[in-house]
Design a binder for this molecule. Structure first.
Ligand SMILES: [Zn+2]
Length: 215
């Protein structure tokens, strides 16, 4: 459904590139200047208790700190070719996600998802029907699982300036939003896999299981 590429692929590539990761900033998680341009943050992996927190709402918009966080998230997502990223994945306990697939070379067949900053999101299903699909996650590297999601939903929230917006979406777009917003409630996609026979390593699973959302 999303990606058709039998190569051993991006996990190996990502491991190589991780040797270039910048060290996380000391002290405050996101605070100071940005010497040297882009800041690739370490993505936490499953097992880290910080991924299990219910994140806090953003109370102040238009701040330097929020802009710096979003820039770090964009840099990190682009560096790892992700379709999305949630702030808790880089250890930031705030209800902030970004996603977008329009220029992602790993998902050439996916319907376009606009580059989006979504803060303090609310999700409401538009119908009871679910759709199953393969997912991956940058916090669960190398693995894929078959995950049920609402097929159609409306989401609302704020952009980085605090302006509220809402969209009604379906399919891949709806799946990405649900996956990302789950991170804000401490939920990783393996917790939603119902049939554990359809959860495993990407390089071992049958070839129909190579498509993924990796974020
Ligand atoms: Zn994820």
């Amino acid at each position: 459904m999303f990606r058709r590429d039998g190569s051993p692929g991006w996990d190996a590539g990502r491991q190589r590139s991780q040797t270039r990761l910048a060290a996380p900033r000391g002290g405050a998680d996101f605070a100071l200047g940005r010497p040297g341009g882009e800041m690739i943050r370490e993505v936490l992996r499953m097992g880290d208790p910080r991924l299990l927190r219910v994140a806090q709402p953003v109370m102040e918009f238009g701040t330097k700190e929020l802009a710096a966080l979003l820039q770090d998230m964009r840099d990190t997502m682009a560096h790892l070719d992700g379709a999305g990223l949630a702030a808790p994945q880089i250890g930031i306990d705030l209800r902030v996600v970004i996603f977008g697939g329009m220029s992602n070379p790993r998902y050439p067949d996916s319907p376009a998802v606009p580059d989006t900053v979504l803060i303090n999101p609310e999700l409401v299903p538009l119908a009871a029907d679910e759709e199953d699909g393969w997912e991956g996650c940058l916090s669960v590297p190398g693995l894929r699982g078959w995950v049920p999601r609402w097929k159609r939903l409306r989401y609302a929230g704020c952009d980085e300036s605090g302006r509220r917006f809402e969209r009604s979406v379906e399919g891949f777009h709806a799946r990405v939003v649900q996956h990302e917003c789950d991170h804000l409630d401490g939920i990783l996609y393996p917790m939603r896999v119902r049939d554990m026979r359809r959860f495993g390593f990407q390089d071992v699973l049958p070839s129909d299981a190579i498509a993924s959302i990796a974020d």
